[in-house]
Design a protein around this ligand. Sequence first.
Ligand SMILES: *Cc1c(COP(=O)(O)O)cnc(C)c1O
Length: 394
Amino acid sequence: MTLEELDKKYVLQTYARDYTNFTHGTGSTLYDENGKDYIDFASGIGVNSVGHGNEKLANAVCEQAKKIIHISNLQVIEPQAKLAQKISELYGEDVGVFFSNSGAEANEGAIKLARKYGEIKFDKKRYKIITLENSFHGRTLATVKATGQDSFHPSCFAPYIEGFSCIQSLKDIENAIDDETVAVMIELIKGEGGVAELPHDEVEHLAKVLKEKDILLIVDEVQTGVFRSGEFLVSQVYGIKPDIITLAKGLGGGVPIGAVVTPHKDIFVAGDHGSTFGGNYLSTAAGNATLDILENIKKDGQLDATIVYFEEKLKEVIKANQDKFDSITGIGFMRGLKAKNSDIQIKTIKQVMKEGVIVLKSGNNTVRFLPSLTITKDEINEGFARLNKALENI
Ligand SMILES: *Cc1c(COP(=O)(O)O)cnc(C)c1O
């Protein structure tokens, strides 16, 4: 059996899969079984924040695995406490952290926290959560309902969780609030919804209104967080202080981990929430090593410099391909090239892959770039040389 046959026979076919068999990688270069190399501008989907084969991360995971991989959360876990402290320092506020294994689970935790807040802080219970159209918050039954895209709510999975209402634009949120609204949950840059940035002034205004009404602002930073925007949180770029933020993708450099981060430290008590694996030795050791690496490249200026360099390259692509692309979207290392139509989007992704560059789809017309944050200028040069060559054939 070929690998493709094996996969198709034994793995449930929930993904429209590509069958390139990658065997290893270093930095932002991946190698397939035939030795062909690819420049990785996707890093999973914004997960491999410190690149492939990162020695510092690999050593941290390896050293931890030799000591203890896991005990239960009924025991104190040293790397977990240290990672929570580190996240709090980077956040710049006195916050508490709950660790999960994924982004959807982090959002589930945020939703539970908000609902409990709505129960204990008000005479009349508040439980409704307002979300935005074209958002993405995960695949569990609650987070899929929070996701503002009808294609994610087919009747086959009904009934869905109640208490979510999806609003078309940020401006309409204020009007949609009623006396049962407990929270608003948003992505500041929609990762799956076209790398679309919310307007800064509208976000600032909304944050102010919500604070006045004692309604929680939940910012889903599963994709935007952990330095992807150039800052630890994209909320910091916007200058807002949400009540709850969620993290996941880049936090463990590829080892599964998610986090709920909040200044409301008195809401959850023992027994309210939990996870068997969440925040165990292995994942939090990976998280600590990942944040160490990222904090260093932020401090020494490497991250900011490569972000600027990457943006210059995207501008050159737009300039040379005005027949194909409209604009650059996103910030930091979360970027989109908005194509004229979905046909150009799909052809670009396919053709670029043939030339040995991995990019992603977002929405129905955007080519998405989520490179590792440690990508080098040489890798960027090589990736864009290949990308430009691919574009000549479209
Ligand atoms: C990926 C993503 C999620 C879901 O994370 P999983 O780890 O796949 O559960 C949720 N929200 C946003 C913004 C994401 O990008």
